[in-house]
Ligand binder design. Structure first.
Ligand code: SF4
Ligand code: SF4
Length: 274
């Protein structure tokens, strides 16, 4: 099979969103002589109704192979396998029946992606969906018509946990952070120490890891060494805190991000490994 890039085949007016796939032996396998992939711009944070997904699968059974990939590494819904003749009808169905658009491919702006943000996550200090939607709408031309020498990606995470892996996977990472102090509930700190509240919101409670040790599990793991117990009080030197989220992840009932919130924007922010 020849795996092509965006722009070899496509829909009228767009240069991206369809990746051409052609069999080298179409005579032997005529039904997959073409097996093009469509990238479909996912809704922000990937929220769907089951009704929408059923309808999409029915459409794709009709127009293509029925094979999907939820989601591609850029974030799009991936519809795998159709012929050139079905590209325009599929695009028409997507835009007229589903209110959906194609995503990016090739040397264009790739479909922006974001974590679930404030919609479901108490850690988020950004409205990640609003940022993602704004970037998507502002850069429609760049998204659909490849004009760059190489692809370009935006990803938005509501906090430094970076669930959308913006640092590893995007060219411009937008990551929620705060400038003031971590909010501390000292009573809840004592409740963690006393074993009344499970650390990590109970995420590791399937095994007996022994009693919670705030020194070992939180203070000693703070990357900037800016935490200490002062008697029964947890102290944080917020000037040294690098906003990594570790302590907050471990004791979410006791520690919360500050209130003076914003974003760290990293350009060219790609890591070689995830
Ligand atoms: S990146 Fe942060 S705000 Fe976004 S889902 Fe993950 S933990 Fe929540
Ligand atoms: S957020 Fe990270 S750097 Fe800041 S106090 Fe907590 S563990 Fe330390």
């Amino acid at each position: 099979t020849h795996w092509k890039h965006g722009g070899i085949v496509g829909v009228f007016g767009y240069g991206g969103g369809v990746i051409g796939r052609y069999s080298d032996v179409p005579g032997e396998f005529p039904s997959i002589a073409h097996f093009h992939t469509l990238r479909v711009n996912q809704p922000a944070s990937k929220f769907y109704s089951s009704k929408f997904l059923r309808k999409l699968c029915d459409m794709w059974d009709h127009r293509g192979s029925g094979i999907t990939n939820f989601h591609g590494s850029t974030g799009d819904m991936i519809l795998i396998g159709t012929s050139t003749d079905e590209l325009e009808p599929t695009f028409y169905d997507l835009t007229h029946q589903f209110d959906m658009d194609l995503g990016g491919s090739g040397s264009n702006l790739r479909t922006p992606a974001c974590c679930m943000g404030k919609a479901r996550c108490e850690y988020s200090v950004l409205d990640t969906q609003a940022i993602c939607y704004d970037l998507t709408m502002t850069y429609q031309d760049e998204l659909h018509r490849p004009a760059f020498p190489y692809k370009f990606k935006f990803k938005v995470s509501g906090c430094a946990n970076d669930c959308v892996a913006a640092i590893a996977r995007s060219c411009c990472s937008i990551i929620g952070t705060w400038r003031d102090n971590i909010r501390i509930d000292q009573k809840a700190v004592q409740a963690y120490i006393g074993g009344e509240i499970a650390p990590n919101a109970g995420a590791f409670s399937d095994r007996d890891w022994g009693a919670f040790d705030i020194q070992k599990e939180v203070i000693d793991l703070c990357p900037s060494g800016c935490m200490a117990m002062d008697g029964n009080e947890l102290k944080i030197d917020d000037r040294e805190c690098v906003r990594c989220m570790h302590c907050i992840n471990t004791m979410p009932s006791a520690l919360r991000p500050g209130l003076d919130v914003g974003a760290t924007i990293l350009n060219g922010a790609k890591a070689p490994i995830l």
